[in-house]
Design a protein around this ligand. Structure first.
Ligand code: PMP
Length: 351
């Protein structure tokens, strides 16, 4: 029986997706798709099909390029400052551990301006920026996986380009992708397993930069449709199955509604029981990562034992922060969230 999995990523995967992935990599045709050249039509068709599903689910216009890359989301933290709007500003909002990492990597590459930060308050809220007037790019991390905060409205960039690391909330809610020049996300949360990253970028941001090594070069990677070198076939095949699952569920709008319900069940539990306290400012709370702690921290070990006995996994907060975090991405069923809330109530009743 599947256990209750609240890990932050890699994270819970629907059983039907795991089943279909196994079918897709089987050798029923004599050769598994994982055994054949990435130049073969089977792999090309898989990539085309996956891209098509992304375009449909995100309602992308034709000016957007979609590619799958290696190296997870952090690789994009490096590729981005090498590649776009080189003679303009690179501005960042510092809203959590992962945005700080993006900033630190970008600083090694070009001059960076941090226009707002919540680091002084341990990243418990989203720094509010309504409008950024610069002409370069403004980078945000749309959902802060570690701290449990999320941008519920995005800064306007009338003269510039908005860029987002959406690793922990892509396809969890309806997004107007026209607001963004570039979006990237590691696949291992809402889109499947680790080993790849999705990049959605406006065509006109892709420049020819001959000094860059090929594997860091957006133009080369995009011109080669993500197949400049051997691509992460398994991660893309996995992602394709997750996208099929999203479509079968009714698309992103349906999931967004369910994610809102899931998050409010846990926040209501936290807010209504004196034993627990939420970590993030209420208005910035994430619908993907619910962070909380026990007001009396001496009870934390007893709480851990209690949840372990109930087969609940992955609820520890990030190692940099402590406390607890329930990651409730798209593929985590509502009933698992209800089970966690019931467990939290049962623990509170005895303490
Ligand atoms: N950005 C965010 C928002 C994340 O949550 C993570 C991983 N948890 C990363 C970046 C890093 O992702 P990767 O391991 O794919 O590089």
């Amino acid at each position: 029986m599947k256990k209750y999995n609240f890990y932050a990523g890699p994270s819970n995967i629907a059983e039907s997706v795991l089943f279909n992935v196994q079918k897709d990599i089987s050798i029923s045709t004599g050769l598994s798709i994982l055994e054949v050249s990435h130049r073969s039509s089977r792999v090309k068709d898989l990539f085309d099909e996956t891209e098509k599903r992304v375009r449909e689910l995100c309602s992308l216009r034709n000016n957007k390029k979609v590619v799958f890359t290696h190296g997870g989301a952090r690789m994009q933290n490096c590729m981005l400052p090498y590649n776009i709007l080189l003679n303009k500003e690179a501005a960042y909002i510092d809203s959590g551990l992962w945005s700080k990492m993006s900033i630190d990597d970008a600083k090694k590459i070009r001059s960076v301006e941090v226009i707002a930060s919540s680091s002084d308050m341990n990243y418990s809220f989203i720094p509010k920026v309504k409008v950024w007037d610069g002409e370069g790019y403004l980078h945000i991390t749309s959902n802060n996986t570690v701290n449990g905060t999320q941008f519920h409205c995005f800064p306007k960039t009338p003269n510039g380009t908005l860029v987002a690391d959406m690793s922990s909330d892509i396809m969890s809610r309806q997004i107007d992708y026209d607001k963004f020049g570039l979006v990237y996300a590691g696949l291992q949360k809402n889109l499947g397993c680790a080993g790849g990253c999705i990049l959605i970028i406006n065509e006109d941001l892709v420049e020819e930069i001959s000094e860059l090594p090929s594997m860091l070069n957006y133009k080369k990677i995009i011109d080669a449709k993500g197949m400049l070198n051997t691509p992460p076939v398994f991660a893309v095949l996995f992602c394709n199955n997750v996208l099929k699952w999203i479509m079968k569920r009714g698309g992103v709008t349906v999931l967004e509604k369910e994610n809102t319900t899931k998050a409010s069940i846990l926040y209501e539990t936290i807010d209504s029981i004196d034993l627990y306290e939420g970590y993030a400012e209420k208005e910035d709370r994430s619908k993907m990562n619910i962070t909380f702690f026990l007001k009396d921290q001496s009870l934390s070990e007893a709480f851990k034992l209690f949840i372990n006995k109930r087969e609940i996994y992955g609820l520890n907060g990030h190692r940099s922060k402590g406390g607890f975090r329930a990651s409730i991405y798209n593929m985590l069923p509502l009933k698992d969230v209800e089970y966690l809330a019931e467990t939290m109530r049962a623990f509170a009743a005895n303490h």
